[in-house]
Ligand binder design. Structure first.
Ligand code: PHE
Length: 338
């Protein structure tokens, strides 16, 4: 169907008022099959009187179009996609988002522990020294405070960015009665000199169970099962004695390197083992601090660094990759949308 000359004129005017900013506009207006050519063609079949007026109108548009198109800097002509909106042109697909590796691991942990009947709590990133330290059996002069390299908000008032998720042990226990099974995923902060293995912002998941008769055996079984579920394979763990002021006894837990099966490789720095978490039985003093009777209930607790697990699972060598705006590392997970 041929368009009426008036329709063509309207379209030409629309383009001229919206601006001509690309090579495409040249084609569209002045090309061999452009709007002006088509309009001139229609002109021929019109009666003399109409021809004159419309002819004038077309000449005027042509002059304006040439003028405008002639003044486009060539760089813009080359670089700019057609700005004239063509509704018939097929659209491009938008890139699909995906989960961040830290989010993937947190989801895996949450999914395992919710199946085991744990509740998920979050807490706040701004804490007080009382919860972050004192009630966890870390008094003011305690050397463990130094080890935590605190980012203080106001040192006098004792406000800080939490250095670990452990203050949530206190907050949850103080408000509820055992039996308790809780995990706390969240962001934590340390005043660190950053390098490939130290970040000043990272994530932990705290986990704790308090009820009558909880033992180290429960802790071992739970962590073994959780880590097998996260790594999706059989694993071997090593438990070493350690020290945290809020657990007694305290354990450091190592994973037999899942990349070399303990033989020694660059990921485990030739040791065959990867240090992955701190844990222990909740210290009787901590239980007393929240009003529990350590003679009646006991509990275990653990804290695991999420970036560390993600680095091991996905062989990421620099912890800074998780937060860099250069998406080289995190965009390698496009398939994972869980
Ligand atoms: N909060 C400890 C840390 O950040 C980890 C931990 C949690 C250890 C719970 C024992 C029990 O280093």
């Amino acid at each position: 169907m041929t368009q009426s000359i008036q329709t063509l004129l309207d379209e030409i005017d629309r383009i001229l008022t919206h601006g001509v900013r690309s090579e495409y506009a040249t084609e569209l207006l002045l090309g061999k099959e452009g709007l002006l050519r088509r309009a001139y063609h229609q002109l021929k079949s019109l009666p003399q009187t109409e021809r004159r007026n419309l002819g004038k109108a077309l000449h005027e548009r042509e002059a304006r179009a040439k003028n405008l198109l002639g003044s486009i800097p060539t760089v813009i002509q080359k670089d700019t996609e057609a700005l004239y909106f063509d509704p018939t042109f097929p659209g491009g697909a938008s890139p699909i988002g995906h989960r961040h590796p830290v989010g993937i691991i947190i989801n895996e942990i949450v999914s395992f522990f919710t199946k085991m009947n744990f509740q998920v709590r979050e807490g706040t990133e701004i804490e007080t020294a009382e919860y972050n330290f004192d009630l966890l059996n870390i008094p003011p002069a305690h050397p463990a405070r130094e080890a935590h390299d605190t980012i203080w908000i106001n040192r006098q008032k004792g406000t800080l960015l939490r250095t670990h998720t452990s203050p949530m042990q206190i907050r949850v226990m103080a408000k509820s009665k055992p039996p308790l099974r809780v995990i706390v995923p969240g962001r934590v902060y340390r005043y660190e000199a950053e390098d490939a293995t130290h970040a000043s912002v990272f994530h932990q998941v705290e986990g704790f169970v308090v009820q009558q008769g909880t033992t180290v055996a429960n802790l071992k079984w739970t962590l073994h099962a959780a880590l097998e579920s996260i790594f999706g394979r059989d694993i071997e763990l090593r438990f070493r004695p350690s020290y945290f002021p809020f657990t007694q006894p305290s354990l450091e837990i190592d994973l037999a390197c899942i990349h070399c099966e303990g033989k020694g490789c660059t990921i485990c720095k030739q040791t065959g083992w990867l240090e992955i978490l701190g844990a222990g039985m909740i210290h009787p003093q901590v239980l007393k601090n929240v009003g529990y009777n350590p003679a009646r209930v006991s509990g275990f607790a653990f804290g695991v660094g999420i970036e560390r697990l993600a680095m091991i699972k996905y062989k990421i060598t620099d912890i800074r990759s998780f937060l860099t705006p250069d998406r080289f590392v995190i965009d390698q997970f496009p398939g994972v949308l869980q």
